[in-house]
Design a protein around this ligand. Sequence first.
Ligand SMILES: N[C@@H](CCC(=O)N[C@@H](CS)C(=O)NCC(=O)O)C(=O)O
Length: 268
Amino acid sequence: MGKGKGGVRLHVPEWKEDVVYLFQFPRTKHLPNISPYCLKVESFLRLHGVKYEVRETFKLRSSQGLLPMIELNGRQVGDSGLIIAHLKKTLNIQDYSDDKEAAQGRVISKACDAFTAHTIYKYKILDNSKNFAGEIMTAAKMPNFAKGIATALFARQIRKSANMKIGAQLGIWPDGAHEEMVRDELQMYETLLKNFVGHNLFGDKITEADLTLWSHLATTLYMPFDLLPQKLIREDFPHLKSFTERLRDKLWPDWEKADFTPQVSPCK
Ligand SMILES: N[C@@H](CCC(=O)N[C@@H](CS)C(=O)NCC(=O)O)C(=O)O
């Protein structure tokens, strides 16, 4: 394996100039990516017309132990926020109008990734670990009889790690408190979308903050099983609903008809 900048071992040693190699989880049947962080980065690449190649993987991880991760011009970068910052700098992409707007956008992105996401994960992952694991297993190539057992084992593992992550971010709350918490988070973005001039968080343009919010909403609204946050978005937050649909149609025009099930096995 070729050495990249900083002595890191590259997974694509024979890279092409200015082509982004995006390492992410394999697509699942209903979503281009079940991970909002992976979906955010791929959507950013699409939005800005960057040349990229997807490397689907269940095994590889960044130096932080997570996905997504990219390789670009011999450098490896992990973490969706750092990846996007690196892409903006290296490829000279500007999405905010000025430094103040960029700082506001970063605050929104960070709040959404770190806190809002976990109020949703309680419903999407913790309370629905079997359904969530089942959606991930649509990407795994294995016989059906093995899939059942694998899904049950995987669901148990997912529940354990989601419990830890959600507890670390939100603290421990009585059951009823979560509904108020997730509603409160969604209301905050509904108000932002309603009050900004134009359709998105900062007007007409689509910024990193929009993609962050959108990727969490899309991986919730289009998850193929029922969840309280979906019901809230559909019934109580019309701006969030239309924002999610509008960005999906712009960034992923084939989504509604698509079956994203991978046609080839994930690389390694
Ligand atoms: N702060 C990271 C968070 C990424 C993250 O949490 N990725 C999760 C999937 S959504 C992951 O890779 N978990 C490790 C695993 O599933 O093995 C980012 O923005 O990229």
